[in-house]
Design a binder for this molecule. Structure first.
Ligand code: MG
Length: 390
């Protein structure tokens, strides 16, 4: 919060402050193309997120009116039923899949186990959600699956197969199941495994909120779903249909929507585990060129010219740019040296602003500790008592 206030104060301080905005937080480095709090960093796309409605950039896969987005896994029309605004699994009809293919995604899906409770364990309200057709997030009536105080369990089951589990791999963190017949939600974040040829670079992950409760916390997949066995991960196309399971029970689904999201390896310039120095440096260079094109080294307002050039070198430090900074810095200090006390007082904010910009670059080792510009400005600030507590 303090930083936000400082930033707002800096932005409010005038035109020089506007161009110095990039020299506020720590500067770009080998793993980050942007500074901390970088005003040059592109703003995220706006998405409308109205209560009870899919986000504006979502692909609606089922809105209660049509099965148009779905087909059997043989590519034929599905025999699943459209009933009272829900998509209902039909015994023997087989799995269904989306006609469209997807990779990494955010998926919202609502489901209800049959009102009429039949069967036990895996036979009670079983279906499943398979991002890319290979990784099952279990759908099951697990409402009564719990050990009661007397040690009994009305519907015992294996933990890695109950609702919210990554089937055959990881139980849900808790059992957030509602009663059979009641609508339940899954909000899923799915990242597919990343391969380089036959070499696994990252196993991918699944995060699941069941009725708003976190049940899978960024689970990194161990394999592809099967029954009983541990089936290792294996390369597959980067886009595949989403599948829903027919396990013989009339489980219903509604409000299914999906947002495609970037792979954690798609943009290697954001820092994090996938940061690639060559990509980071290329983007920094591009930003530096863009900023330099907007800079005006001949600006009679030398402080403004300095701010722009100092920002440029925070992205890319070349001898040519450093020499330009040195030349303007020399002229700027000479100009200030010719001003009387009153005139210097009138430029207090500007002088402190340039000194602060130098400090950011020195702190980040873009400029040396013995930077002449900073030393010259600090001398004026001290002599004028600009930062003396009153
Ligand atoms: Mg299942």
């Amino acid at each position: 919060m303090k930083h936000v206030r400082m930033m707002v104060a800096a932005l409010a301080a005038g035109t020089a402050a506007t161009v110095m905005a990039g020299l506020y937080g720590d500067t770009p480095d080998a793993r980050h193309a942007w500074a901390v709090h970088d005003m040059n960093r592109p703003a995220p796309k706006k998405v409308a997120a109205e209560p009870g409605r899919p986000p504006s950039d979502a692909i609606v896969l089922f809105d209660g009116t049509s099965l148009d987005k779905w087909e059997s896994t043989k590519g034929e029309p599905t025999k699943w039923r459209l009933a009272d605004g829900a998509l209902e699994s039909v015994k023997g009809a087989g799995y269904i899949r989306t006609k469209e293919s997807f990779g990494d995604c955010q998926l919202h899906i609502e489901w209800a186990a049959p009102v009429k409770v039949e069967g036990q364990g895996q036979g009670r309200g079983n279906s499943g959600i398979f991002p890319m057709g290979n990784y099952e997030i279990q759908v099951l009536d697990s409402y009564e699956t719990e050990v009661l105080p007397d040690g009994s369990n009305k519907n015992p089951n294996y933990a890695d197969g109950q609702a919210g589990s990554i089937y055959a791999e990881n139980p849900p963190l808790v059992n957030a199941s509602r009663k059979p017949g009641e609508w339940q939600t899954y909000d899923i974040v799915f990242h597919q495994p990343v391969w380089e040829g036959e070499t696994l670079k990252w196993p991918g992950s699944i995060t699941v909120f069941h009725n708003g409760v976190l049940v899978q916390d960024h689970w990194e997949m161990e394999g592809m779903t099967t029954h009983c066995r541990r089936r290792p991960l294996a390369p597959h196309p980067t886009k595949l249909p989403l599948q829903l399971q027919d396990h013989g029970n009339p489980v219903r689904f509604r409000n299914i929507w999906l947002r495609e999201i970037p792979s954690r390896y798609a943009n290697t310039t954001h820092g994090g585990p996938a940061a690639n120095e060559a990509d980071v440096m290329a983007l920094r260079s591009k930003t530096a060129a863009k900023l330099y094109a907007q800079a005006n080294p001949a600006d009679p307002n030398k402080a403004a010219a300095l701010h722009r050039l100092l920002e440029v070198i925070s992205y890319e430090k070349t001898d040519a740019r450093i020499n330009e900074v040195k030349a303007i810095a020399g002229a700027y200090l000479a100009e200030l040296g010719g001003l009387d006390k009153q005139k210097l007082e009138g430029r207090k904010g500007e002088i402190i602003g340039v000194r602060n910009a130098c400090n950011v670059l020195i702190r980040n080792k873009v400029l040396p500790e013995e930077c002449t510009l900073r030393a010259g400005l600090q001398k004026i600030i001290d002599a004028q008592g600009f930062e003396k507590k009153r």
